[in-house]
Design a protein. Structure first.
Lengths: 212, 259
């Protein structure tokens, strides 16, 4: 069953053509890797999938609903796009609590558990402005998964992580896959893609070319 | 929507907010009262109150004093990419509305307290402490301007209505700053526009000889003779028109919603 479908999508961004007549579908419970050179349009592809930007032509459907027509933003998406986002004068826990308060679906305990899972001890009182790049990245992963989101769009989730943390996050993503989550990720590291992904797409000649 | 409003209140009511509010509310009382006490002749307590507001930086810097309370919050969230992670969780219009509403409410409360607490001290508590010196040899009260007519009915009513008036104006000025921070990428420019408006319009109306319509005399009408009450509503309505214009611009500016 397709959870995300791109149908004949064309998209230019800031005057540059990125996708032309691209069609692809992403099945529930699978992990997908998107590869491509810098500026090939990976982030724009993710932005189209979660309704932040719309295709110039064609349609993006999430769970059968066309984005921009019957839906603006799809529900149950956990995302990391381009770079982590945070309130720098708050702690990691406070950042997640503010995001969680918006829908009020999860408890403090769940947030603490998620922080521990990604490798940020929930007891630390450090403000995010004092976090390393790797810790900010882990915080971004935490916000993407804390509400048991069904579809995860993770743009370079391993950026800035040390070897142990990479191992930990790989294990976490595998666990999420076994729970039936659909994961679409980008990485410049082939090893991440090979270990984690069932299917791989490469962005080439303005379209998605399936490699695996 | 109630979760959003609750969440925004939690963000707004930080230790920094509390300390800054305390400074706004009590610093004029602690610093300015000793300076003006004995330097001016006072016949009635609310003359002290009006002198307190016009001698302190409150009247001069009014809009810029309020911006640090909360209106920079949206600009910070945009700068640090936090907003991107809000979008999958809620409609941006609802989020912006909740943030604007909380921004207005917290400013309203702080500004009301900033005017009303010194008023209560000067009018009712000082009689137990006798800090302020009043002229006892003769009685020649000084007008406090446009709102004097309220004091003639009831001094307490004057205190309440005048505090509400300043609070509403404060909330409108921070709303303007907030809306500009949505529209303009440069947050420094966005957040200083209300102050520039305040400063420039005070100057321009002064040059044109229509200072009774200036923003400062609309909110702090102590240094001019009493005006008909409709006069203070001219800058007030201008401010509301500006807010409506900004709301329409935000609605029409696609970039706000796409980025």
């Amino acid at each position: 069953m397709s959870v995300i479908e791109l149908k004949n999508v064309s998209k230019s961004y800031k005057g540059l053509s990125l996708f032309e007549n691209t069609t692809a579908s992403f099945e529930k419970g699978k992990t997908y890797g998107i590869v491509g050179h810098n500026g090939s349009g990976k982030s724009v592809l993710f932005k189209m999938m979660c309704g932040f930007v719309f295709p110039d032509q064609g349609n993006v459907l999430v769970n059968g609903h066309e984005l921009g027509k019957s839906k603006r933003f799809p529900e149950n998406f956990g995302i990391i796009i381009e770079r982590p986002g945070y309130l720098d004068d708050k702690t990691g826990f406070e950042n997640l609590r503010y995001l969680a308060d918006i829908q009020n679906k999860i408890s403090d305990e769940k947030i603490k558990e998620t922080l521990d899972k990604v490798g940020i001890p929930h007891t630390i009182k450090q403000k995010v402005k004092n976090y390393s790049l790797g810790m900010k990245q882990k915080l971004a992963i935490a916000q993407a998964i804390m509400e048991d989101q069904e579809i995860l769009l993770l743009d370079e989730p391993f950026n800035g992580l040390d070897i142990d943390s990479v191992e930990n996050i790989r294990k976490l993503l595998k666990d999420l896959k076994t729970q039936g989550k659909t994961i679409i990720l980008t990485s410049h590291n082939n090893e991440d893609i090979e270990i984690l992904c069932d299917h791989v797409f490469r962005i080439r000649s303005f379209t998605l070319e399936q490699l695996k | 929507m109630k979760h959003l409003i609750f969440s925004e209140f939690k963000k707004a009511l930080s230790v920094r907010f509390f300390l800054f509010s305390m400074v706004l509310i009590f610093l004029p009382l602690i610093v300015v009262i000793p300076i003006i006490n004995g330097s001016y002749q006072f016949f009635r307590p609310f003359e002290v109150h009006s002198q307190l507001l016009s001698s302190s930086a409150i009247a001069l810097l009014f809009p810029i004093l309020l911006v640090p309370l909360f209106s920079g919050s949206y600009a910070n969230e945009k700068k640090n990419n936090f907003l991107l992670y809000v979008k999958p969780r809620v409609r941006l219009t609802d989020y912006l509305f909740a943030k604007g509403l909380v921004n207005g409410i917290v400013t309203l409360i702080v500004v009301f307290s900033m005017i009303f607490i010194p008023f209560m001290f000067i009018e009712y508590l000082d009689r137990f402490f006798n800090v302020i010196q009043y002229e006892a040899d003769y009685y020649e009260p000084v007008s406090v301007g446009t709102f004097e007519f309220l004091a003639e009915k009831s001094v307490f009513l004057y205190g309440v209505v005048y505090s509400i008036w300043v609070a509403i104006n404060g909330a409108l000025y921070v709303t303007v700053a907030y809306l500009f921070s949505i529209l303009i990428k440069n947050r420094f420019v966005a957040l200083t526009i209300p102050f520039l408006w305040w400063f420039i319009m005070n100057f321009v109306t002064g040059v044109l000889g229509i200072e009774s319509f200036s923003p400062v005399y609309s909110v702090f009408p102590f240094l001019i003779t009493s005006q008909p009450v409709w006069v203070v509503f001219v800058p007030f309505i201008t401010l509301i028109v500006a807010i409506v214009g900004l709301l329409i611009s935000i609605k029409l500016k696609n970039k706000v919603w796409v980025e």
